[in-house]
Design a protein around this ligand. Structure first.
Ligand code: PGA
Length: 265
C-alpha cells in the first residue's frame, strides 16, 4: 500500500524537522521492512529540497513527491517548477490534477495529460487525481465526470506504455465533496468508481487506485476492506506524524496484496 501525506500549503521548516524526527524515532520501520507499505510525503515546493535532505539524513525509506509540476520543462516561465528541477533535487513522484488545482488554479484535463506524460517519461511516479463534486454526484453525473477526466489520461498512459515506458502509475479517486469535509466516501462508493474506471477503458495494465478524502486512522481499515485500493492520499489527518504512523501500522496489520508497488530508490 502506498500511503501519501499531502501537506498542501502547510508546515514550516521547524515543523518539518519535528515531523521527520517523530518518524525517525518510531519503531515502525522494522515492522514495515518486507511489507508492501510505502510512505510518501508531498510538501510544498519550497520545502522539497529540505524534506529530501531530511529523510536522507535520517535514513528514512520515504518517497518525496511534489504537489504539482509545470507543463513546461525550462525557460522563461516565471514562478513555474519544471520536471528537471524536481529530478535534480531527488523528488520521485508528483501529484497531478488535484481538485484544488483544478478548482482554484484552472488546471485543465489537457494539462493533466501533459504532466502525466512528463512524469512517466522521467520515471517519476504520477498520482493523477480525479473525482466528482457533491452537486455532480447528486445530479447522477459521477460516472460521466469521471469518464471525462480519465479518458485523456488513459490515452496518454496507453501511448506511454506503447513507447515502452513501464513506470508505476496511480489514479487517486478524490471525490471533491469528501476532501477536508470529514465525510469520506464509503468502500462501496470507491468500489463502484474503481470498477467503472477499470472496465470502461482497455488499460494496458490494470490501474492502481489510491483514495483520498477525509481519511483518518478511524476509517482507514474499513476503507481498505473492499480490496480495490493500492493506497491513500491524505491531507489534514497526516499533518500529524503520529497519525501517519498509526495508520501505517493499521494498514500493515491488514497485510493486503496490492496491485502495484513503488520502490524506494
Ligand atoms: P483530506 O485531503 O485528507 O484533508 O480530506 C485529501 C486530499 O486533498 O488529498
Amino acid at each position: 500500500m502506498f500511503l501519501v501525506a499531502n501537506w498542501k500549503m502547510n508546515m514550516t521548516r521547524a515543523l518539518i524537522d519535528e515531523y521527520l524526527d517523530v518518524l525517525s524515532e518510531s519503531s515502525i520501520w522494522g515492522t514495515l521492512d518486507g511489507s508492501r507499505i510505502r510512505i510518501g510525503i508531498a510538501p510544498s515546493h519550497v520545502y522539497l529540497d529540505h524534506v529530501v535532505l531530511g529523510i536522507q539524513n535520517r535514513d528514512l525509506p520515504i518517497i518525496v513527491l511534489a504537489q504539482d509540476v509545470s507543463t513546461r520543462t525550462s525557460g522563461a516561465f516565471t514562478g513555474e517548477v519544471g520536471m528537471p528541477n524536481l529530478l535534480d533535487i531527488g523528488v520521485k513522484g508528483v501529484v497531478i490534477g488535484h481538485s484544488e488545482r483544478r478548482r482554484f488554479f484552472h488546471e485543465t484535463d489537457e494539462n493533466v495529460v501533459i504532466k502525466t506524460d512528463l512524469s512517466l517519461s522521467a520515471d517519476m511516479v504520477p498520482i493523477v487525481c480525479f473525482g466528482e463534486s457533491g452537486s455532480q454526484r447528486k445530479r447522477g453525473k459521477t460516472f460521466s465526470v469521471v469518464k471525462s477526466q480519465i479518458e485523456p489520461v488513459f490515452k496518454g498512459v496507453k501511448k506511454a506504455r506503447e513507447r515502452g515506458i513501464t513506470s508505476p502509475f496511480y489514479l487517486a479517486y478524490e471525490p471533491v465533496w469528501a476532501i477536508g469535509s470529514g465525510q469520506n466516501a464509503t468502500p462501496a462508493d470507491i468500489h463502484e468508481v474503481a470498477k467503472y474506471v477499470s472496465e470502461e477503458f482497455s488499460w494496458p495494465d490494470p490501474p492502481a487506485f489510491l483514495y483520498g478524502g477525509s481519511v483518518s486512522s478511524d476509517n482507514i481499515r474499513s476503507l481498505s476492506s473492499l480490496g480495490d485500493l493500492s493506497g491513500f492520499l491524505v491531507g489534514s489527518a497526516w499533518l500529524d506524524p503520529h497519525a501517519l504512523l498509526h495508520s501505517a501500522d493499521l494498514v500493515r496489520q491488514l497485510n493486503r496484496p496490492v496491485r502495484e508497488g513503488v520502490h524506494v530508490k
